[in-house]
Ligand binder design. Structure first.
Ligand SMILES: Nc1ncnc2c1ncn2[C@@H]1O[C@H](COP(=O)(O)OP(=O)(O)O)[C@@H](O)[C@H]1O
Ligand code: SF4
Ligand SMILES: [Mg+2]
Length: 344
């Protein structure tokens, strides 16, 4: 498979009352074409910040990118002209499914108005971008008709019943699950290369979550679209991801194909996460110890105050990433070499 996205050494600080919080600290991430990658980690570890940094929508003023690259199809988006990223990448080649579908639609316009508005600028048929001249441009009738057909087709694909009638409804007339199906439809419409789905079903009932995520996986696999899927739910990651990356305090700690991740986890933190899950599926429960301060993070390995395997080296020296067999990477001085379940 070909590389689609490569995040390298990304450092992002947030201004806080106590000084800059180092929320991403040398974060790396790879996504190949057509791959569904799960980004897992406890709440506050930086998943949303990474998603927003890739999309170029970090909160202005509060966040500062201090170092690193976000290479998408070979171009570093952090150094690309912002207008070009807005025209060609954000909302087109990379689309977003946010955590809360309730905030993504305006409550006062029918869904059709809002989707067609998006298509006017971001449909694969729109040749000019969103520059000042095009704001006044009309929506050519033939393109409008073709785009509307594409919208109806995608609504059928996400299994919204009676799509033509559904389009006339207001957002609040859809259930939470239906609204999230709409978000998936909208994320697929511009025919993106990559969809970033940030805990897309956390607000929903567990059974509906599973249905929607299976549907998302089937639709992206059919279309060859890559997905970065953030979650704090290991069971979901196991079910829908090709590869899993685990994040802790702003760094990737382990990345591996899903089978190896669950079968031969090598990082002490990953093993603790897996032990904290009550059954083969389910949510991460609290693991002992406190999530570290990001204003004054621990020296050496950021996990050392909570790690059973920590040595003096772990306290003093930041571990580099090391490659294990089979596209398996781990950031640890003493990776565990044993199948899952073999801890003392
Ligand atoms: N706008 C902000 N200002 C200051 N700190 C922030 C802001 N957004 C997020 N953070 C901090 O960044 C860290 C990572 O947050 P986030 O990326 O939302 O994590 P996750 O999505 O994994 O729960 C947290 O410590 C959070 O408090
Ligand atoms: S580097 Fe040391 S402290 Fe960090 S996870 Fe590995 S063994 Fe534990
Ligand atoms: Mg988040």
């Amino acid at each position: 498979m070909a590389e689609l996205l490569a995040v390298r050494g990304l450092r992002v600080d947030f201004a806080t009352d106590r000084g800059p919080a180092q929320v991403l600290d040398g974060m790396n991430l790879d996504i190949e074409t057509g791959e569904v990658v799960g980004l897992v980690g406890e709440s506050g570890c930086g998943k949303t910040t990474l998603a927003r940094a890739i999309l170029g929508i970090l909160p202005e003023g509060a966040a500062r990118i201090r170092a690193g690259e976000v290479r998408f199809k070979g171009t570093d988006l952090l150094r690309e002209d912002p207008g070009a990223v807005n025209d060609r990448v954000r909302g087109r080649a990379i689309t977003f499914i946010p955590q809360d579908p309730f905030t993504s639609f305006s409550p006062v316009f029918p869904v059709e108005t809002q989707i067609m508005d998006l298509m006017k600028w971001k449909s694969p048929r729109a040749r000019n971008g969103g520059g000042p001249a095009s704001i006044l441009a009309r929506y050519p009738r033939a393109r409008h008709r073709a785009d509307r057909e594409a919208v109806l087709e995608i609504l059928r694909a996400v299994q919204i019943p009676e799509p033509a009638r559904a389009l006339r409804r207001l957002p609040h007339e859809f259930s939470g699950g239906q609204r999230q199906r709409l978000m998936i439809a909208m994320a697929l419409l511009p025919r993106p290369d990559l969809i970033i789905a940030d805990e897309p079903t956390t607000a929903l009932d567990v059974t509906i979550q599973a249905q929607i995520l299976r549907l998302l996986r089937a639709l992206v696999k059919e279309r060859g679209v890559s997905v970065l899927f953030t979650t704090h739910d290991l069971g979901t990651a196991h079910e829908i991801c090709d590869r899993v990356v685990v994040m802790y305090a702003g760094q990737e700690m382990e990345a591996a194909p899903t089978d190896a991740f669950f079968g031969r986890p090598a990082h002490p933190y990953t093993r603790r996460l897996l032990m904290s899950v009550p059954s083969p599926g389910g949510e991460i429960r609290d693991i002992p110890g406190e999530v570290p301060s990001l204003v004054a993070p621990p020296s050496g390995c950021r996990f050392h105050p909570r790690c059973d395997y920590a040595t003096a080296e772990c306290r003093d020296v930041r571990p580099a990433l090391r490659a294990l067999a089979g596209a398996h990477g781990v950031r640890c001085h003493h990776p565990v070499d044993a199948p899952a379940g073999a801890d003392p």
